[in-house]
Design a protein around this ligand. Structure first.
Ligand code: SF4
Length: 355
């Protein structure tokens, strides 16, 4: 390997964004920032990070909090399993390591929701341990710099890039090296049309020299997208409504939602009224009035496109089905964590009420 990361580190020192988790060596805060940034852009993640560490400044506070509150702080960020795992891992650290964040890579790797990437990031950034991080940015930089066209999502590719990253790592300052490489991928060696003429390593970059920048990195699989159709029932009963918690191992686990009928297409009003679950939900209620049905809302998650409607229904009494749900005054809905999709419905509804 005739190139090292010196020029990339130099570039980093000149161009890096000033972000709060870069000015700390607290493993807890680095860990929180890494988990937030896994599927979130820096601009959006920054605000969440600041609010999160303000409310939960250390492992003990996070472990002592109710999961529902943690989820509320996560509301809108998506991929809620990250928040559930943060809470679980804080409890693990509390019981296994007496609340002190472990400094050993293997112990960090053993925490809930922590994979090789996060363990390498936390142990190198907080403890300067010699573990190379390989995130999407690093894959891109390495594949171009070294001209590697092995698909980054193949088993061979994952192994090859992880070895290459480890070889390329500056063992004298792993934390700095890792941050520099990730930032370099995020700002300089960007996915589309990077400005190679301004790049400090272009003289060594195989992709640049062989005109292969736009072909690298290579990926094999395309994510298969599944469509889901959700018919939500927003029930009005004496200034209150009914919500339930999603318990299944599925999207939005542990978040709240309105009673839901999922189907293989969105249901027209007649189809909704004759659906067996709808009949069960409103069984025995003498007045069930459909007030309105919202326009179709499309919500895109990584592997799913969600199509949803919210039907507002007024009732004059409850029944045994509804009594098993959580009855909430409309004004108190903000005490519960909902998916972004539901939040947007509630925001629109609130605006309409004010008009
Ligand atoms: S020359 Fe272009 S492709 Fe190569 S590392 Fe620099 S920005 Fe990336």
């Amino acid at each position: 390997m005739h190139i090292n990361s010196e020029s990339i580190i130099g570039w980093y020192q000149r161009h890096k964004r000033d972000l709060p988790w870069r000015n700390t060596s607290d493993p807890y805060k680095i860990w929180i920032s890494e988990i937030i940034l896994q599927q979130t852009r820096v601009n959006q993640g920054l605000e969440y990070y600041l609010r999160f560490v303000d409310r939960f400044p250390d492992v003990k506070t996070l472990a002592a909090a109710e999961l529902d509150e943690v989820l509320r702080y996560w509301q809108g960020l998506g991929y809620y399993s990250r928040a559930r795992n943060l809470h679980k891992a804080a409890c693990q650290i509390n019981s296994m390591y007496n609340g002190v964040f472990p400094d050993d890579y293997q112990q960090i790797l053993g925490l809930a929701g922590v994979g090789k990437y996060t363990a390498a990031a936390v142990s190198s950034l907080a403890f300067n341990a010699a573990y190379a991080v390989v995130d999407g940015n690093v894959y891109r930089v390495l594949s171009r710099l070294f001209g590697v066209d092995t698909p980054i999502d193949s088993t061979t590719g994952i192994k090859e890039f992880s070895e290459l990253a480890q070889q390329f790592l500056d063992k004298s300052d792993p934390g700095m090296h890792n941050q520099a490489l990730m930032e370099f991928g995020a700002l300089q060696c960007v996915p589309v049309s990077p400005r190679c003429e301004l790049c400090p390593v272009s003289a060594h970059c195989v992709a640049f020299k062989t005109d292969a920048v736009s072909q690298l990195p290579v990926k094999t699989t395309k994510v298969k997208v599944k469509n889901r159709f959700l018919n939500y029932l927003y029930i009005e009963y004496n200034g209150k409504t009914f919500i339930q918690r999603r318990e299944e191992n599925d999207i939005w686990k542990n978040l709240y939602e309105f009673p839901l009928i999922e189907s293989d297409k969105l249901l027209a009003t007649e189809e909704l009224l004759s659906h067996p679950l709808f009949i069960e939900i409103f069984d025995g209620i003498s007045e069930v009035v459909i007030v309105t049905t919202s326009a179709v809302r499309k919500h895109i998650l990584t592997h799913r496109h969600i199509y949803a409607t919210f039907t507002t229904i007024k009732i004059n009494e409850t029944n045994s089905y509804l009594s098993r749900l959580t009855k909430v005054a409309n004004a108190d809905l903000d005490r519960y964590a909902f998916s972004r999709l539901t939040m947007l419905f509630l925001e629109d509804r609130y605006k309409t009420l004010l008009e």
